[in-house]
Ligand binder design. Structure first.
Ligand SMILES: *Cc1c(COP(=O)(O)O)cnc(C)c1O
Length: 374
C-alpha cells in the first residue's frame, strides 16, 4: 500500500536528541529551543517566535493574547481544522464562519465585511495547502475595522505572499510541526508575534503566567506569578528533533515541490477536459509543496476515485468537514449556507505526498488516476 503520508527523518534527529538528553537540560527553553527560534527569526524575519507543543497551543496563546472574552466574535473560514476555532471557543468566543473562495479553499475576503459587528475582535485566516490568502485585502479590512489578524500558518512553512513569508503579515501567527506537515517534531508548533504590543506578554503566557523567561535572561532578579498562562513550551527533546529537520529545510522543500509539480504537470490535462479542478496558485502566492489536492465534480465521483485508488493500493484521503455543520457547532451557527466550503468538504481529495515517495510510485499514482478518468 502506498501510504498517504510517511514522516521523514533527516538522520540527525537521534543525534541531537542524544545531545539534548545528556546535556542535563531536557525541559523547555534551552539550547535547541533557542536554536530553532533563532532559525525562524533569522530566515524569515519574524519579530519574535516561541516554540509550542502544537499549533493548537499556539492558537490558544493567540486567543489569550488578544484577550478574547465571552461573546467576542471571531471570523474564520469553516473549511479548516477544529483547532482554528476551538482555541477561540475555549475563551467563550462566538465563531462567524465565512465561506471559501471559488478558486481555492481559503477564506473569501469579499464575504468578511458583512460579518463584522461591534463584537468582532479578530479575523483568523488559514493558508490552505500553504497557499497564501490575499493578505493585502485582508489586512486592509482588518485595519479599517480595527480588528486583529491571526494567520493559521499550520501548513504554510516557507511559503510567501508577494515576497513576504507567511506568518509574518498578521499580528500573530501559528505554525505546526505535526508529523503530517513539511517540517516535523512528532507534535509541535510555534507562535509568531509580529506586533510589538504582544511581545512581552507572549513570553509570560508561555511560561505559565510567570516572568521566568525574563528571569533566566537576567532581566529581573526574581520571578513570580504576573498573569494568566499555561504550560505551552515543548521539552528540549522535541526542539532538538525539530532542529535536525530545520537544518534540512531546503532539501525537504525541494523534494516536496518536485513531487507536487509532477502531479500538476501530469494531471492538468484532466483539468482542461473539465474532469477535475487542480489547486490554483494566485500570482501573489507561492507553493510550498505541503499538499497536492484535486477537486472532483461531485461527492460520488470523489468516493469512486478514492475507492479506485485504494483498489490499486494507493491511499488518497479527503479533508475537512464543514465546521459550521459539525455536531458541536451546527446549532451555534447562524444558519448561512456556505456552499463553497461544503463543495470542498464533499469533492476534495488529497494525494500521497511525502519526501520518500519514489518516482516510480508517483508515476503509478498518476497513471492510476488517468486510467480512472479514461
Ligand atoms: C495541522 C493543523 C492544525 C493543528 O496543528 P497541531 O500542531 O496538530 O495542533 C491547525 N490548523 C491547521 C490549518 C492545520 O493544518
Amino acid at each position: 500500500m502506498i501510504p498517504f503520508n510517511k514522516p521523514y527523518l533527516t538522520g540527525k534527529e537521534a543525534h541531537y536528541l542524544y545531545q539534548a538528553v545528556y546535556s542535563g537540560k531536557i525541559s523547555g527553553n534551552g539550547l535547541y529551543t533557542n536554536k530553532c527560534q533563532d532559525f525562524f527569526e533569522n530566515k524569515y524575519g519574524f519579530r519574535k517566535t516561541l516554540l509550542t507543543t502544537s499549533c493548537t497551543d499556539a492558537l490558544e496563546m493567540c486567543a489569550i493574547l488578544l484577550d478574547i472574552k465571552e461573546g467576542d466574535e471571531i471570523i474564520m473560514p469553516s473549511y479548516t481544522f477544529v483547532s482554528t476555532s476551538n482555541a477561540f471557543v475555549l475563551r467563550g468566543a462566538v465563531i462567524r464562519f465565512a465561506d471559501s473562495c471559488i478558486h481555492n479553499p481559503n477564506i473569501n475576503p469579499e464575504l468578511i465585511e458583512q460579518l463584522i459587528t461591534p463584537k468582532t475582535k479578530a479575523i483568523v485566516v488559514v493558508h490552505y495547502a500553504g497557499i497564501a490568502c490575499d493578505m493585502d485585502v485582508l489586512m486592509d479590512i482588518a485595519n479599517r475595522n480595527n480588528l486583529f489578524v491571526v494567520e493559521d500558518a499550520a501548513q504554510a512553512i516557507d511559503s510567501f505572499y508577494k515576497g513576504n513569508p507567511l506568518g509574518s503579515i498578521g499580528h500573530l501567527a501559528a505554525f505546526s510541526f505535526h508529523e503530517t506537515k513539511n517540517i516535523i517534531s512528532g507534535e509541535g508548533g510555534m507562535l509568531v508575534i509580529n506586533d510589538e504590543r504582544f511581545v512581552e506578554r507572549s513570553e509570560i503566557i508561555w511560561e505559565k503566567g510567570t516572568n521566568r523567561a525574563a528571569f533566566f535572561r537576567g532581566d529581573v532578579d526574581k520571578y513570580g506569578w504576573v498573569d494568566v498562562g499555561s504550560s505551552f513550551l515543548p521539552a528540549e527533546i522535541v526542539s532538538a528533533f525539530l532542529y535536525a529537520q530545520l537544518e534540512n529545510l531546503e532539501d525537504i522543500q525541494r523534494r516536496r515541490k518536485k513531487i507536487w509539480n509532477y502531479y500538476y504537470q501530469n494531471l492538468k490535462q484532466l483539468e482542461s477536459e473539465g474532469k477535475i479542478n487542480l489547486p490554483l496558485i494566485p500570482d501573489y502566492a507561492t507553493n510550498n509543496g505541503h499538499m497536492f489536492y484535486m477537486v472532483c465534480n461531485s461527492l460520488k465521483e470523489r468516493q469512486k476515485l478514492i475507492q479506485h485508488l485504494r483498489d490499486n493500493d494507493i491511499l488518497a484521503v479527503f479533508h475537512y468537514l464543514s465546521l459550521h455543520k459539525s455536531s458541536f457547532y451546527a446549532d451555534k451557527h447562524d444558519g448561512r449556507t456556505l456552499s463553497e466550503c461544503d463543495r470542498y468538504a464533499d469533492n476534495l481529495v488529497r494525494l500521497p505526498l511525502f519526501y520518500e515517495l519514489s518516482d516510480s510510485n508517483l508515476q503509478f499514482i498518476v497513471n492510476t488516476i488517468l486510467n480512472y478518468f479514461k
